[in-house]
Design a protein around this ligand. Structure first.
Ligand code: AMP
Ligand code: MG
Length: 493
């Protein structure tokens, strides 16, 4: 088979050898292309036509390494549910290389499920089709909402089975990310007291993600502060759409501030602040409402790693790093308040926005209101109760939300001049549809069991257009019926 050239411009592969292991993906027996993300391919200056056929299957399964690739597995460490693992690394992923995209942004092209590596520990290095489709659907949906995330470029089936509890069809996801640097990458070198490597990593992260900081006199401190800001903004955005990541381990906390690692993640149906979906999160460490705390904890691990670079005097370094971490609650409250003020269609400041939102969220939690539908239907409750049926229907006892509604209505009309302007603004901020668990699961199950991807493509098409109005009884809009509701999600690794 002919090869293909990607316009790779690899920077990570130029770092010292102790940052990775060079190795190619492991070949698969019968690669078959499921999907290529044509828009994303175009933005990476790849030719979707050339990649649609057999060559695409070969490239995106790892059978054919494109010219210019310097395949490698990255090493990292991480705190998983609070316990430190000194070496993790890409156990089933291969970085093919980096492409500077049409917007001038350097992007990693990475195969997930590409076979064993020195970091596989007990694992088989492979991925099952279900979790791969899930990551494709949810990550592309997040991007459509404007929430920073890794992207999905392609899915191929391998023609091989992977063995979890059952034999499942194997697949490879081609993932694109602004980088795969994680808090855990810093932890790997900090645990080894490899200060030289930490310095290299700080410079690399700054060059790649925070070019404004190049030449700054305090790079490590500034990096910490900027990662904190990006991650804070990210988690505020997650929470504003009812997203629960599910595995906020330090190896899944990216330095670029993108959502990474879609395992047991989920969008909530009914609002419950303590909601947990992940089958492995027994203590609720990564419950919806705990996500900011989990992030702060992860950022404190990053701070710890950077101490020797912040100041030679330990005490000074600790107090500087602590000063940054201590700012987190305030910065996060502002990010969250801004996000919710915007969801409510209000011009008020973040403090006021958060107060008003929390009052509503309190009633929603008491009454098991659907998160997405409640916010979406605010647009139908702007003027009076006659049109507010769809909103009020989200509450078992609508009387409980009347006082709130009255206060909000007077503000939202004032802030938007006309009721129509308010409605438009609300509909542009609150998605009509989300990648609900039961929809994702239905599409995955069809693909797994019958090899048919009709529902997968249909769901992708719906989710690509999250803000348009649809009939209230559309299966993509309505909440799951009790027998459809998915209560548990799995890593699938
Ligand atoms: P994750 O839960 O996907 O964040 O993965 C945590 C760690 O386990 C990473 O080092 C992965 O590379 C590794 N891992 C997950 N699944 C597999 C697998 N099937 N084979 C080898 N390593 C794996
Ligand atoms: Mg991970």
């Amino acid at each position: 088979m002919e090869n293909i050239e990607f316009q790779f411009d690899n920077s990570y592969a130029q770092l010292p050898e102790r940052f990775y292991t060079r190795l190619p993906p492991t070949k698969v027996t019968a690669p078959q292309l499921v999907i290529v993300n044509e828009k994303l391919a175009h933005s990476l200056a790849l030719d979707p036509d050339a990649l649609r056929g057999e060559l695409g299957a070969e490239v995106f399964s790892g059978n054919c390494v494109p010219t210019g690739s310097e395949p490698l597995a990255m090493v990292y460490a991480g705190h998983q549910f609070g316990g430190f693992v000194p070496q993790l690394g890409d156990g089933r992923a291969i970085l093919l290389g980096e492409i500077v995209d049409r917007h001038g942004v350097r992007q990693d092209v990475h195969l997930k499920g590409a076979g064993r590596t020195p970091y596989s520990r007990g694992g088989d290095g492979r991925a099952a089709l279900g979790p791969v489709l899930r990551e494709y659907i949810v990550s592309e949906y997040m991007d459509g909402l404007g929430i920073p995330t890794t992207r999905a470029l392609a899915v191929t089936m391998t023609g091989e089975s992977v063995y979890r509890e059952d034999a499942l069809p194997g697949a490879v996801l081609t993932r694109v990310a602004q980088s795969h640097l994680r808090v855990g990458t810093f932890e790997y070198f900090a645990a080894r007291k490899d200060i030289e490597a930490l310095k290299i990593l700080v410079d690399f992260a700054i060059d790649r993600h925070f070019p404004d900081l190049v030449g700054n006199a305090q790079p490590a401190k500034m990096l910490l502060e900027q990662v904190l800001r990006r991650q804070s903004a990210l988690i505020a955005k997650w929470m504003s759409v009812g997203f629960i990541h599910g595995v906020m381990n330090t190896d899944n906390t990216s330095i670029s501030g993108e959502t990474i690692d879609y395992g047991p993640c989920a969008f909530m149906d009914t609002y419950s602040p303590d909601k947990v979906f992940s089958s492995i999160d027994h203590g609720g460490r990564y419950a919806f409402i705990n996500q900011p705390n989990a992030l702060q904890w992860n950022l404190a691990q990053l701070a710890q790693c950077l101490l020797p670079l912040i100041d030679d005097r330990t005490e000074t370094a600790v107090s500087e790093a602590q000063g940054i971490i201590d700012q987190f609650p305030e910065i996060f409250a502002e990010d969250l308040g801004r996000a919710f003020a915007s969801k409510l269609g209000l011009d008020c400041g973040p403090g006021e926005g958060l107060r008003i939102a929390l009052d509503l969220l309190g009633v929603m939690a008491d009454q098991l209101a659907d998160f997405t539908l409640t916010f979406r239907n605010l647009a139908n409750a702007v003027q009076d109760d006659d049109e507010a049926d769809l909103f009020l229907r989200q509450f078992e006892k609508p009387a409980a939300v009347h006082e709130w509604l009255g206060e909000w209505r007077s503000r939202v009309i004032k802030d938007n001049d006309t009721a129509d302007a308010a409605r438009q603004r609300l509909r542009a901020t609150n998605p009509a549809i989300v990648a609900r668990n039961h929809l994702v699961q239905e599409a995955i199950e069809e693909a797994e069991k019958t090899g048919d991807f009709v529902l997968f493509h249909e769901l992708l098409a719906e989710l690509a257009d999250p803000f348009s109005e649809r009939p209230e009884n559309s299966k993509y809009v309505r909440a799951p019926k009790p027998n459809e509701e998915v209560k548990r999600t799995f890593c699938g690794t």
